[in-house]
Design a protein around this ligand. Structure first.
Ligand SMILES: [Zn+2]
Length: 433
């Protein structure tokens, strides 16, 4: 058992030392529900035929999977019809990173933190970290760098905390975090854009000044830094953290799904996560048995016990949803679900007005699928957040996780419109009616 465990670790290190997984020739395809075949039946058939299939998305109407040429042949042998999303995933990945600049931190003359070209390409994790340091340096009087701890591989789970006229730690908290799932690159870019708008607008824009005076903001762009680095060095489609499976499972597979690892309703629904360490949704051997989660939920607990949490958002991609509690039970509706739905509608309208993109809103389990050990449920039911959402950013399945860099800015701008609406509405007295 011990030996297997070590071999697993050695295997992962060998990969980390250079071999980048090639997706050349892979296709990402959508299989729609057919007359006598539901999506869950199709999913069962695919999983029975293709071991550890890389599922990208699933709804009531279709399932999206990433397949090697031989896996695609296996899918075709099932007689299932499909639509192609990426004709050659390797080519799409190369396109996505074609403009990625040199390491920002190493340039003698760094770009200013508010240089809009930051949002024209994706960036290395170290450059994001430098960007946050520069952000704090640009607004030193009302911000500080913060951290929820260190990841399995020892990376800082950095973030920024900023405040208005009341000073730090006084007003109710707004907590945003991104990149729980490593491959969802757009999420860090969007939270950075939102953070920049708030800090740069403070003192000059009246509405923004009001937001920053009313709430204490905590923003963490990378809850899963190890996974994110792994997507850039080795496997663009990695989702989980980089922690080996527990020895007790006898598995050599790597990683826990950090958004199935929150210590709340972790075991509430057998369809809400996987117990297989090789699965993309592996929940871990126990609640919060990942360092990334320990740091994150402790941070939520501290905010609950001090300032209280006004608003919590966990930023993901893709499929354009505004998901309210709860994930663990599709017929359990929280007391403020009505308010969460009305808020979701208003935010979705504001997003739509920017570029005509539609977001679906509603309770997470009922509109998507069951998820246990899940962020919004913890934030709402344990963290006492008045408002809690998980937002799935663009797109709806044209590019999926491999969103071209020219769509970063507009994705961020439409969320800024949505967040301005949300921050205007969170304290409106009409919610009491
Ligand atoms: Zn995600």
């Amino acid at each position: 058992m011990k030996l297997l465990h070590l071999l697993g670790l050695a295997g992962s290190l060998a990969v980390a030392n250079g071999d980048r997984i090639s997706y050349d020739g892979y296709k990402v395809v959508r299989v729609g529900a057919q007359r006598d075949l539901s999506v869950s039946k199709i999913q069962e058939q695919i999983q029975a035929t293709i071991t550890h299939v890389d599922e990208w998305e699933r709804s009531d109407t279709e399932i999206t999977v990433n397949l090697s040429p031989s896996q695609l042949a296996a899918l075709e042998s099932l007689g299932l019809s499909y639509e192609t999303m990426h004709e050659d995933l390797g080519r799409s990945i190369a396109y996505e990173s074609r403009n990625t600049p040199q390491r920002r931190g190493e340039n003698e003359k760094r770009q200013a933190v508010d240089d809009p070209s930051w949002f024209e390409s994706y960036h290395a994790w170290e450059d994001h970290k430098t960007w946050f340091e520069d952000l704090h340096a640009a607004y030193p009087n009302n911000s500080e760098l913060v951290s929820t701890g260190t990841s399995y591989q020892g990376r800082d789970q950095f973030g920024i905390h900023f405040w208005g006229s009341a000073g730090p730690g006084v007003q109710p908290a707004v907590l945003w975090h991104g990149t729980v799932h490593a491959r969802e690159w757009i999420s860090a870019m969007v939270v950075e854009y939102l953070t920049l708008q708030l800090l740069s607008g403070y003192g000059s824009n009246q509405e923004v000044t009001g937001f920053v005076n009313s709430y204490d903001f905590y923003v963490f762009p990378f809850v899963n830094p190890d996974g994110f680095v792994h997507t850039q060095t080795t496997d663009r489609l990695w989702r989980k953290n980089r922690q080996p499976a527990p020895c007790s499972t006898n598995s050599t597979c790597i990683g826990r799904d950090v958004n199935r690892n929150w210590p709340w309703m972790w075991d509430a629904n057998p369809n809400g996560a996987s117990t297989d360490p090789c699965s993309q949704t592996y929940k871990g051997a126990a609640p919060a048995d990942s360092p990334e989660m320990k740091g994150m939920h402790s941070f939520v607990d501290t905010l609950r016990d001090t300032q209280g949490i006004k608003l919590f958002i966990d930023w993901h991609s893709y499929s354009q949803y505004l998901l309210a509690p709860v994930g663990y039970n599709c017929t359990h509706y929280v007391p403020t679900l009505g308010q969460h739905i009305v808020m979701g509608r208003e935010v979705a309208r504001s997003i739509y007005r920017v570029d005509g993109v539609q977001f679906v809103f509603g309770p997470s389990c009922a509109v998507l699928y069951p998820s246990t050990g899940y962020s919004v449920d913890y934030a709402y039911e344990v963290g006492g957040a008045q408002w809690a959402y998980l937002i799935e950013l663009r797109d709806q399945g044209q590019y999926g996780f491999v969103l071209p860099p020219e769509l970063i800015l507009i994705s961020a701008q439409e969320q800024w419109a949505g967040m301005r609406t949300m921050l205007r509405l969170v304290d409106q007295p009409f919610w009491e009616d």
